[in-house]
Design a protein around this ligand. Structure first.
Ligand SMILES: [Zn+2]
Length: 81
């Protein structure tokens, strides 16, 4: 399954609603560690509507990410004051 964030074919379903209702499913990408539910809004589940800031679309982006650089990737905080 294609990952919503990195676009690689390395995502798979990892969980179902534990009550067996089928109310939701969780997917996880083992390449970029992204996870999402099938019930998340389109701004999460539709790559065309996702915030480009959070996408990993450069061919070598994943190769350049290290734990240190990834933790430094903080989106600017909203200024409420
Ligand atoms: Zn991914």
């Amino acid at each position: 399954m294609k990952c919503l964030r990195c676009g690689r074919d390395s995502a798979a379903k990892i969980a179902d609603a534990p009550d067996g209702s089928g109310a939701w499913e969780v997917y996880y990408c083992k390449t970029c560690n992204y996870s999402w539910r099938n019930t998340d809004p389109p701004c999460i589940t539709d790559p065309a509507q996702r915030d480009p800031w959070g996408q990993l679309d450069a061919p070598d982006a994943l190769d350049r990410i290290t734990a240190r650089s990834y933790s430094a990737m903080t989106k600017p905080a909203r200024q409420d004051n």
